[in-house]
Ligand binder design. Structure first.
Ligand code: ADP
Ligand code: MG
Length: 618
């Protein structure tokens, strides 16, 4: 390392230039961007002073994004795309009939517009581009990197799609961060709460509901459980009002455009009821019934009671998954938590007053910006960087179809571990490294990630070669496995991409099944180990008989062979004890034979060596 020498009379250390890392909350309904500056973390407003950018895109001669696009939703529904996030990384089979409304009639999932088919990734990239432009203009500075948040429920393909959208918008993605974790960071909970404090993040947005249970462990916010519903949000509260309006105004078959207009009216009603006890609405022009309607907050709460109950059921499930009965803090996130009923029900359910001092619309973006600032390199090293953990153990297949875990689950990223292995057979020159993920003991119960071969091992007797296998997982969850034969230095490595393509549900399922099957797995493991041991003894004995069979009398040989046959007879059975016993018996029975072989090999080794030399060396 080179030491820096400053000029003799300049006592000043040059100021390091601050880099710009953005935190972007790419929401179903609204998106926004935040940045940390020297004075603190703040959301970035557009030229007209708006913080929230509606996640709406209108395709036309020019592409409109946000409020301008939202204004065209009723007049130009075909070319105006809303809630594209619901379709990110999805396939047709994942969708409900109403979600396929307005989609192009093709295999790939895209919106049909007069300006061509537009995929959800393209739509999202327009939103991200608009936010990045806003950030650039605001500070007249380039953007060095972004942290984009995604719902905890997003599976790998949904996360990949989001990342693609950012790349399409020309952004450098520093990390994808779960929205609830970002919210906890915004409240500084990662630094302020005690060890083993439990935080629940209740996030009710426009299109999704997420409940996450986090715990502070060894200075780290760890996600204990996540739950929720990726198809439950403020939109559904709007729909309850739409149904009520349809009935009250006797509208049976509204057109798509009319439906959307009603949704707009419903949202206004809902948001007004956050302030007011009751609200009156005039029917829209397409409605023949001209009656003015009034909806009270109480009636609204009754209409939407089922939705609130569903969120609480998910909270109960997440608490039970996390194995906890109490939480220390509850954070409210998402515009829909402004509805007074939510604050009341959540406080009642968790038995504590929720944190809501930060704007529930902004919390996620603020937390993401704090992380982006550290990741882009502005930190002084003192701030907490959220670390991800490995959801499932990583390991490799060993002889007998068993998995040897190299990196245990919940290890904090980045992590690297190495372990030495050896060959199972004499003269073995190749070795298959089969990389697996899971908690179960047997290979077929785990998920196969990759398989590669290390060749060029010099032929040696079984157990003599030393092969060092290293597992490395970087901060983005990318796994690199390398295998190196220590004597010759032959090395092969492979990168397993991308990370852990499992949804939280799948991880939960695999963990549950490993717990349920722990006893059965242990049994299976013991059986395989007993078999491996028996097989290696039989294998060795067969070789020895072939090489030195003449050391035994016919009678001795017959006896040994029948003892071996007794073991062979039961080796495929599942009686672990019997296999162990007969292996032991065979081992005992072959002792004399082994001794005689030892004598012979010593004799042959010593032949040619003078007895006097032996004495000298003694
Ligand atoms: P997302 O994260 O899904 O983009 P947001 O967190 O921006 O969503 O929340 C949007 C939802 O919040 C919409 O359903 C909107 O109607 C609702 N919302 C916003 N303000 C209010 C309010 N004052 N009262 C009730 N709901 C509101
Ligand atoms: Mg949100």
């Amino acid at each position: 390392m080179l030491l820096q020498i400053s000029e003799p009379d300049s006592g000043q250390v040059p100021q390091r230039e601050r880099k710009r890392g953005l935190g972007i909350d790419l929401g179903t309904t609204n998106s926004l961007v935040a940045v940390k500056t020297a004075s603190g973390v703040e959301v970035i407003k557009d030229a007209t002073g708006e913080v929230l950018l509606p996640s709406v895109v209108n395709f036309g001669e020019v592409v409109l994004v946000g409020h301008e696009a939202k204004a065209t939703a009723s007049s130009d529904p075909k070319n105006t795309i809303v809630s594209a996030k619901r379709l990110m990384g999805r396939s047709r089979e994942d969708l409900t009939v109403s979600q396929t409304m307005g989609l192009a009639d093709s295999d790939r999932l895209a919106f049909d517009t007069d300006f061509g088919e537009k995929t959800p990734v393209e739509v999202s990239s327009e939103i991200l581009r608009a936010l990045a432009k806003r950030a650039k203009e605001n500070a007249a500075a380039e953007v060095d990197g972004v942290v984009i948040t995604v719902p905890a429920y997003f599976d790998d393909s949904q996360r990949q799609a989001t990342r693609q959208a950012a790349e399409l918008a020309g952004l450098n993605v520093l990390r994808m961060l779960n929205e609830p974790t970002a919210a906890a960071v915004a409240y500084g909970l990662d630094e302020s709460i005690d060890e083993s404090s439990v935080v629940a993040v209740y996030d009710l947005g426009g299109g999704t509901f997420d409940i996450s249970i986090l715990r502070m462990e060894r200075g780290l916010l760890r996600v204990l459980a996540t739950g929720g519903d990726s198809a439950l949000g403020g939109d559904d509260f709007d729909e309850c009002i739409v149904d009520w309006l349809l009935k009250a105004w006797s509208l049976s078959h509204p057109t798509y455009a009319e439906q959307r207009e009603l949704m707009g009216i419903a949202r206004e009603i809902k948001e007004s009821l956050t302030q007011l006890d009751a609200i009156s609405v005039l029917p829209p022009s397409f409605c023949s019934d001209r009656e003015e309607l009034t909806l009270s907050r109480e009636e609204f709460n009754t209409l939407t009671r089922g939705l609130v109950v569903r969120t609480l059921d998910a909270c109960r499930q997440a608490m039970s998954d996390a194995g906890i009965t109490d939480v220390t803090q509850v954070v409210l996130v998402g515009g829909s938590t402004r509805m007074p009923v939510i604050g009341i029900e959540v406080a009642d359910f968790f038995g504590c007053e929720p944190l809501c001092t930060l704007d529930p619309d902004q919390v996620v973006a603020l937390g993401a910006a704090m992380q982006a600032d550290v990741l882009v390199g502005n930190g002084d090293g003192g701030e907490a960087l959220l670390l991800d953990v490995i959801p499932l153990s990583l390991g490799l297949e060993t002889y007998g179809g068993l998995i040897e875990k190299i990196i245990p689950r919940n290890s904090v990223l980045p992590v690297a571990k190495a372990q030495e292995f050896t060959t199972a057979k004499d003269g073995q020159t190749g070795l298959v490294v089969h990389v697996l993920q899971g908690e179960r003991e047997r290979v077929e119960d785990c998920r196969s990630l990759a398989r590669f071969e290390l060749s060029g091992i010099p032929p040696m007797v079984a157990g003599a070669a030393r092969i060092r296998v290293t597992f490395k997982v970087d901060a983005d969850g990318l796994l690199e496995v390398s295998a190196r034969e220590e004597i010759t230095g032959t090395e092969t490595s492979l990168v397993v991409k991308p990370s852990f393509g499992l949804s939280d549900d799948e991880v939960a399922l695999m963990l549950r099944s490993s717990q349920q099957n722990a006893a059965e797995d242990m049994q299976a493991r013991q059986l395989r180990e007993a078999r491996v041991e028996a097989e290696s003894l039989l294998h060795g004995l067969a070789g020895a008989l072939e090489a030195d069979g003449d050391l035994l009398s016919a009678e001795e040989r017959g006896e040994l062979e029948s003892t071996a046959a007794a073991l062979v007879n039961i080796i495929e059975g599942d009686d672990v004890e019997a296999i162990r016993q007969r292996t032991e018996t065979l081992g005992q029975a072959s002792l004399t034979f082994a001794e005689r072989r030892m004598d012979r090999s010593i004799k042959s080794a010593l032949s040619g060596v003078a007895v006097s030399e032996l004495d000298d060396s003694d």
